[in-house]
Design a protein around this ligand. Structure first.
Ligand code: SF4
Length: 628
């Protein structure tokens, strides 16, 4: 017996309104662990190359790993996966809360949702009872409203709900799946998987489970929890301020995206940094399941126009995107915009970045007041940010409709040179970690399978502690760093442990602690070397998915926005930093070499795939004409 898992994958077909259950095989467990690895393997097997993200052939996968439902600290995370309508690539979005624990308690490791319903529905999973229920009355409702109505209908607030909002129903390409846990919520925000759900007429999934997840060595897991909890509670800022305190730190190193990355120093940072907002506005502390860190803060605005607004966080990434990026230092406006994003189901990062892009276009005279329908879309105008969130969610007006497509597509429509400052990698709006102040990030975002996500590699976990000369002004060791942190992320996202526990579990490569967690929970012995091999297998499988969909080395080489390659940071601690095209190309070449990928084609070498037990994929690529 293998502990930790349920060994069951629930497959729901919305077209036929039927479901079936597949066994999770030993081969899948030992080869891919779970979470990201499991989702990538299911996606490869189920979704043909080249499908449109909104077609019936695309699937939405809700995936867990072996540790969900156990006491392992930071295990209250789950993954939604699909083909992203924003990037047109395989994509995952990691979220916190209680849904993934509940799914394991209900008896499933993953849910695969295929097809399309003929009218709005939601899926209710109650242990072994699966229902596809009418959701016509929920269409148009906010995520919090849907959560309330569904838990009332099902008669138990213990049902954990993940819902899409009006933004997804309007097929906004960066809409978010929201998991309300009032008074706050968690979100699988990135990549627009919510709009894939909505394209299937799926409003929500609700889960309740009653059976504990058995582990191999419960006493060891209990001891491990105590050991990590004593360290986590002493974390220098997360238990007190959550991620809000990251903002001041990133600003001090001169890497905080400001006014659409025209600067990386925000003069209003002191007003929206953790120490300024948490003592004044915090009303509750929350955490995900099995988390002794408790980094989730809930704030309520007490003054000004937006008094009364209650919101999760806002997390660092939200303060960056809706705050420094738009030049807004009014906490009330940021909180209001963030709360609307949660209600309507929008990714706060992409929303803020796309509004900041429009603000720069407006200030440069590329967008006119006629096109903004009278809105003074200037940096620092908090009311305009709030108004634009509304317009984007409902695709109101010409500009709201254009921006709802994401910054890459919007810049093509708006033109006039605006592509120069469209801040995205591979179609995904740039997260709040600088690719100039942390040069390794230019490479990390470019070779990551998601693009502008701060989770494909996490070099800043190491580089923020290094002097500016090392993190911003040399390429030495950066390809090796990105290779290592990419492999770490593959394991972290497949176990699914919270990234904020990376400092205790391993921040550079798969580690002895990851192996120890797997042994305690599942009973399976993995060496670190075996975990590295699994991490490589997962990344190479995803690379083959990318190749199968037509992507090549050119897509990686063309990923950075011109501002990153040609404009040095104008001021602050990292003044003068940028990534010259020549050094960028050199880093990509070296990274490919380390990964065993052919630099001329971007395709993993045959020997590499064979070494990882993926030799059979070569034949798949041959049939598609991608290899000879
Ligand atoms: S540290 Fe924060 S995000 Fe991570 S599991 Fe704990 S509460 Fe959730």
């Amino acid at each position: 017996m293998c502990f930790g898992y349920r060994r069951r994958v629930l497959k729901v077909n919305l077209s036929s309104r039927t479901y079936s259950i597949d066994v999770l095989s030993d081969e899948l467990i030992k080869g891919y662990i779970g979470g990201l690895g499991l989702a990538a393997k299911l996606f490869y097997d189920l979704v043909p190359p080249g499908v449109d993200p909104y077609s019936q052939e695309n699937v939405v996968i809700l995936s867990t790993g072996p540790v969900q439902g156990t006491l392992v600290p930071g295990s209250g995370r789950g993954i939604f996966a699909s083909k992203s309508p924003l990037t047109n690539r395989f994509f995952i979005s990691n979220f916190g809360g209680y849904l993934s624990r509940e799914l394991k308690r209900a008896g499933y490791d993953a849910v695969v949702i295929a097809g399309r319903a003929d009218r709005p529905v939601y899926i209710a999973v109650d242990d072994g009872r699966i229902e596809i229920r009418d959701a016509s009355h929920l269409w148009g409702r906010t995520t919090y409203e849907a959560h309330k109505i569904i838990t009332e209908e099902l008669g138990d607030p213990k049902f954990q709900v993940a819902s899409v909002g009006p933004a997804a129903e309007n097929l906004v390409r960066f809409s978010a799946i929201v998991h309300p846990t009032p008074p706050a919520c968690h979100a699988a925000g990135r990549g627009g998987i919510a709009s894939v759900m909505a394209s299937k007429k799926l409003k929500a999934i609700a889960v309740r489970g009653s059976r504990e997840v058995e582990v191999h060595d419960g006493a060891a897991v209990h001891e491990f929890f105590k050991e990590i909890a004593s360290k986590a509670r002493k974390h220098p800022f997360l238990p007190t301020y959550g991620t809000t305190a990251v903002l001041g730190n990133v600003n001090r190193i001169g890497g905080l995206g400001t006014r659409n990355w025209q600067s990386e120093v925000f003069e209003g940072a002191d007003k929206i940094d953790g120490p300024a907002i948490i003592p004044k506005y915090k009303v509750a502390d929350m955490s995900c399941a099995s988390c002794p860190m408790g980094c989730v803060k809930v704030t309520r605005v007490t003054d000004g126009k937006w008094a009364g607004t209650t919101v999760k966080g806002p997390e660092y990434e939200t303060l960056y995107a809706l705050g420094s990026m738009t030049g807004v230092d009014d906490f009330g406006a940021i909180a209001r915009a963030a709360r609307l994003c949660d209600d309507y189901g929008l990714d706060t990062i992409s929303t803020g970045v796309v509004i900041a892009f429009a603000m720069e276009a407006y200030e440069r005279g590329i967008l006119t007041k006629e096109e903004t329908e009278g809105l003074e879309l200037k940096f620092g105008n908090g009311d305009a940010v709030v108004e634009m969130v509304e317009r984007i969610a409902f695709r109101k007006g010409w500009l709201g409709n254009v921006l709802a497509e994401g910054v890459m597509r919007a810049s093509k429509v708006i033109g006039c040179g605006s592509q120069h400052f469209a801040m995205h990698f591979k179609g995904l709006e740039l997260a709040g970690h600088s690719p100039r102040a942390v040069k390794a990030w230019t490479l990390g975002y470019s070779v990551g399978f998601r693009g502008g996500s701060h989770h494909d590699a996490r070099p800043h976990d190491i580089e923020y502690g290094n002097p500016v000369e090392v993190r911003a002004f040399t390429i030495d060791g950066k390809p090796e760093l990105i290779r290592d942190t990419t492999l770490r992320v593959m394991i972290e996202e497949s176990l699914i442990t919270c990234r904020f526990f990376g400092g205790y579990y391993g921040i550079r490569t798969p580690s002895e602690v990851h192996a120890k967690i797997l042994k305690m929970v599942t009973g399976i012995d993995f060496t670190v070397q075996e975990l590295i091999r699994i991490a490589e297998r997962i990344r190479n499988l995803i690379r083959v998915i990318e190749v199968r969909d037509g992507f090549s080395v050119e897509d990686d080489l063309n990923a950075p926005p011109p501002r990153v390659l040609y404009e040095p940071i104008p001021e602050g601690t990292s003044k003068g930093a940028y990534t010259a095209p020549k050094e960028f190309k050199h880093m990509v070449r070296k990274f490919y070499e380390l990964m065993g990928w052919d630099f001329n084609t971007g395709i993993p070498r045959k020997e590499k795939l064979e070494e990882l037990g993926l030799g059979h994929l070569v034949e798949d690529l041959r049939k598609l004409g991608r290899v000879k």
